[in-house]
Design a protein around this ligand. Structure first.
Ligand code: SF4
Length: 233
């Protein structure tokens, strides 16, 4: 029975290639302000904020960086203090030992190899110690040169629910999404899904009845409820 519902739901919403742009456009109308929540004023501050945001909330990072960025303005500043001092300054973001080590390694490489500047290319960013693909993706996307699509927990969940991917692994999900999402939307797409994921398509209890894309979503509970009613009628 369940399988036929899924098949029926897929048929109802149509192929993902035909749905992707309407999904994006409707979410853009709904969330015209959907942007990154991290506060930064330079490429260096962006990189540091994204590195600190692992395993914590953006609000928490902004609280820490409000004072951090007054004290640490250049890559050299992160190396000029004892490691313990840097650890203390970023402590509220969690995993502070790991993050302090990554920051110091990254700053040392920026100075040695990139003239103290944050490189623009993905390959260069991925060389920096402690900079994983997700961090690098966010940084290049924010600078308007997205080379991929950021896949976090919301992007993963919503992409699956919307039937845009059947994969579980973020790298494979990204591979599916870059084939599907037109390039001009690569920056905006993750923000839109994150905003929608926080407000409507919530992990435990998606609010399908108020969702602006429920007619484009094969997982919509609104439709499943109607179909169930038909079956029981
Ligand atoms: S219809 Fe429901 S499952 Fe689909 S995107 Fe909207 S809230 Fe999420």
């Amino acid at each position: 029975m369940m399988r036929s519902f899924i098949k029926e739901a897929r048929r109802r919403v149509g192929p993902k290639r035909a749905r992707i742009v309407p999904i994006i456009e409707r979410l853009q109308d709904e969330y015209p302000d959907a942007t990154i929540a991290l506060k930064y004023r330079s490429d260096l501050e962006l990189l540091v904020s994204v590195m600190l945001s692992a395993q914590t909330t953006d609000v928490n990072v902004n609280r820490v960086t409000a004072t951090l960025f007054e004290k640490y303005r250049r890559p050299e500043d992160y190396l000029a203090v004892p490691l313990e001092e840097l650890e203390h300054d970023i402590r509220p973001t969690g995993f502070f030992r790991q993050k302090a080590k990554a920051l110091r390694g990254t700053m040392a490489m920026l100075i040695a190899d990139y003239d103290g500047k944050v490189p623009a290319r993905m390959d260069d960013l991925l060389r920096l110690p402690g900079v994983a693909r997700k961090t690098a993706n966010v940084v290049v996307a924010e600078r308007g040169q997205a080379e991929g699509i950021v896949v976090d927990t919301h992007v993963r969940r919503l992409s699956q629910r919307l039937g845009l991917t059947r994969q579980e692994d973020p790298v494979k999900i990204e591979r599916d999404l870059v084939k599907l999402v037109p390039r001009q939307y690569w920056n905006a797409f993750p923000h839109l899904l994150i905003w929608h994921g926080r407000r409507v398509c919530i992990a435990r209890a998606p609010r399908c009845e108020v969702c602006v894309i429920n007619d484009l979503c094969p997982s919509s509970r609104v439709e499943v409820a109607t179909e169930t009613a038909h079956v029981h009628a």
